[in-house]
Design a protein around this ligand. Structure first.
Ligand SMILES: Nc1ncnc2c1ncn2[C@@H]1O[C@H](COP(=O)(O)OP(=O)(O)OP(=O)(O)O)[C@@H](O)[C@H]1O
Ligand SMILES: [Mg+2]
Length: 306
């Protein structure tokens, strides 16, 4: 598949000397869902800001559709790449929500009718249709996150770059957003690049995961990453809760060979087990159950809460 974004040997240091990125290599192909995970201060935000030219790289190369980012002007970049910042305050600066969402398409030189159409569509898709005339600074944090997403969607980009999109969203808004990302990717072919701490969401929003910790320390499918205990520990990362639950069930004799990472995978796994076990799932306490559970608690540094 065609490469949309290629990052080669990227370095970035902030003016005060903090070396945020060291020799980062990434390639993103058209139609992929890529997630970047890593501890606080790992450089995820810095990497995404380098991608759309907000920050200027210090060494290495960034190409969009094979063109060096330095040879592209701002309009070329925003036409391909819509970014939603981690902090919505950095994104919203116009007097009304409408103006903020209209800002990108207006800058692309689209006519007024097309701009209006795009703004309405983008606001509807994040559930903010009634917010057009509201001043962005008065919105709640979650509403600001949604308005920022609408501002990127109105550009109708090939690549949507999202920095912590689910942070601060209520549970319903969070699952709607995950569904939206899935739909944009599957149905509209939009490539998504997402930095997140929302580990439970990763299996649903990622075909491929990069682990960043100043440099790229690993790359693989969600399963490859979440089954690499050493990697996770070294980089302050966790696994999805459902994966842990099935590890617990295995201590009680479930014998799940491929631990599920999402609810859908859990349903498949249980259905398969039932089919091979004549419609039953057998759980029991065996000789090693308690010992295995203690090992699990240790592995996840689980703190007793009851
Ligand atoms: N404007 C800045 N000036 C100086 N240093 C900065 C600036 N912004 C970020 N840094 C530093 O660069 C490093 C990477 O920060 P960055 O925000 O990219 O991390 P992150 O992976 O996005 O973290 P988080 O998970 O907390 O969002 C950190 O050590 C941070 O303190
Ligand atoms: Mg960040």
């Amino acid at each position: 598949m065609r490469e949309i974004i290629t990052i080669k040997n990227l370095n970035y240091a902030y003016p005060d000397g903090v070396e945020a990125l060291k020799d980062v290599n990434i390639s993103i192909r058209k139609g992929e869902k890529v997630v970047i995970i890593g501890p606080n201060g790992a450089g995820k935000t810095t990497l995404l800001l380098n991608l759309n030219g907000v920050l200027e790289k210090e060494g290495g190369n960034i190409e969009i559709y094979g063109e060096n980012i330095e040879s592209l002007d701002r309009k070329d970049i925003i036409e391909h790449l819509g970014i939603v910042f981690q902090d919505p305050e950095d994104q919203l600066f116009m007097p009304t929500v409408f103006d903020d969402v209209a800002f990108g398409p207006t800058n692309l030189g689209l006519d007024e009718g097309e701009v209006k159409k795009r703004v309405r569509k983008a606001l509807a898709s994040v559930g903010l249709s009634d917010y057009e005339d509201r001043p962005p600074q008065n919105l709640s944090y979650g509403e600001k996150k949604k308005a920022s997403l609408a501002a990127a969607l109105s550009l109708e980009p090939d690549v949507l770059v999202l920095d912590e999109p689910t942070a601060e969203l209520d549970p319903k808004s969070r699952s709607e957003l995950i569904g939206k990302i899935w739909e944009l990717n599957e149905e509209e072919g939009i490539t998504t690049v997402i930095a997140t701490h929302d580990i439970n969401a990763v299996p649903e929003i990622a075909d491929r995961v990069y682990v960043l910790n100043r440099k790229i320390v690993a790359e693989g499918t969600p399963r490859e990453i979440f089954t690499n205990g050493k990697l996770l520990k070294e980089n302050n990362l966790d696994v999805p809760e459902i994966f842990k639950l099935f590890e617990v069930l295995n201590c009680f004799g479930l014998d799940s060979k491929e631990l599920p990472l999402s609810m859908d995978q859990a349903i498949d796994e249980l259905t398969k087990t039932m089919q091979t076990e004549n419609g039953h799932i057998h759980l029991h306490i065996h000789e090693h159950t308690h010992e295995d559970i203690e090992k699990l608690k240790d592995k996840y540094e689980h703190h007793q809460t009851s």
